[in-house]
Every structure is written in C-alpha cells, then in structure tokens.
Design a protein around this ligand. Structure first.
Ligand SMILES: O=C(O)CCC(=O)C(=O)O
Ligand SMILES: [Fe+2]
Length: 202
C-alpha cells in the first residue's frame, strides 16, 4: 500500500526546517510511544548553574553507535547501543531522507510541567553543520524558535505525534529553540537523531 506523506518546508533567514506531519501512521506512533516510554533507560540528568546543581525538568536517554560520547547541558553521555525500535526508526530516516545519524538523544516530558529551555544544539561534537531529525510521540507540544539577532523573528511549530521535524544544517548557528511548559497536557517522547562527528573514544 502506498502512502502519501505531506511535507512542509520552511525557508527561514539563516536556516531551514522540514516538517512531515505523518512520518509514522497513528497506530505505529502510539505503539512506539508505549514501547519506548516503558523500555528506554530514562534518567533525570543534573545541570550545574552558578555552582549549584539542578535536576532538569524532563527525563532523557542517549543511544547510538558504540563508543560515542556527547556532552549536553553539562552532562557527559555515553551512548547505549541502539535498541531494535530506535534502529528501525533511524534506518527509515537514513534511507528516506539521506541523513547520516549515529545517535539519538531521547527526551521524555512526563507532563506539561516538563520542558526544555532556550538553547541551540551547537555542541562541538555535532560539527559545523548539524542536522537534527526529531520524531515526536505522545502529546502534541509546541517547539518555539527565535533568531539570535532579529528580535521580531520568533514562531512556534506544533509537533504532532508521529511527525518528523528536520532542522537544517545552518539553523543552530542562528536560531535557538525551546519547548515551553504547557497546562493540561499528557506525556510526550521526542527522539532527536543526530550525527556526532568529533567523538572521544575511550
Ligand atoms: O523535544 C523536542 O522536540 C526538542 C528537544 C531538543 O531540542 C533537544 O533534545 O535538543
Ligand atoms: Fe535542541
């Protein structure tokens, strides 16, 4: 059975976004959501701010090729080997969108109080032109984007369950993104597939 998929491309000043609302069919999205929510090795990481450590308001888990390390929000992650489900989603992204992806940072927002503050995924490990492919599962949440220098330039993208958002290679240099709190919302899992290019191997 062939399936039509919709594609929305946003060309922004200094970057581009590709949004595919129906990357996964609804039944597939909900079965991945249940499965991954229960089975991934979720942890609540801590970050250090002004000398004090704080638990981040969400859970996360880092999977990928063996030997990959990544420093994120002040925490060192070592990739856990791909699970079958994560590897099969990665394979589709690699085959259908011609991406190179060796890891995924999975985020679990337990409810609307869990969130992610403004940041860019511009860690040195991601190289000069990082492409990040995010698959959303569970509750719909809004990703906000704002330009670093153009004060007027800010907007939101609603990330529906089963959707795929690809942030293009120059976006992280000029834009920040965040996932604000939202009242009365259910749990959500996001899978942010990445390519770590400068990895310490130890
Ligand atoms: O959960 C999301 O969709 C955003 C996650 C994100 O920005 C990140 O993991 O760096
Ligand atoms: Fe991010």
């Amino acid at each position: 059975m062939s399936r039509k998929s919709t594609l929305r491309i946003e060309c922004l000043p200094d970057g581009a976004l590709i949004y595919i609302p129906d990357f996964l069919v609804p039944a597939q999205a909900s079965s991945y959501f249940d499965q991954l929510r229960q089975s991934l090795a979720w942890e609540q990481s801590e970050i250090r701010l002004y000398g004090k450590s704080h638990k981040i308001p969400r859970l996360n888990a880092w999977y990928g090729e063996p030997g990959i390390h990544y420093r994120y929000s002040g925490t060192d992650f070592t990739a856990i080997p791909w699970t079958a489900e994560l590897a099969s989603i990665r394979d589709r992204l690699v085959d259908e969108y011609d991406l190179t992806l060796n890891s995924v940072l999975a985020n679990y927002y337990r409810d609307g109080q869990d969130a992610m503050g403004w940041h860019a995924d511009n860690e040195p490990e991601l190289g000069a032109a990082p492409v990040i492919a995010t698959v959303s599962l569970g509750a719909k949440r809004t990703l906000r984007l704002r330009h670093n220098r153009r004060e007027q330039a800010s907007f939101g993208v609603d990330l529906a369950p089963g959707s795929l958002l690809i942030m293009g290679p120059s976006l992280q240099g000029a834009w920040q993104h965040s996932l604000p709190r939202r009242v009365n919302t259910g749990p959500r899992v996001s899978l942010t597939f990445r390519q770590v290019v400068h990895s310490r191997t130890s």
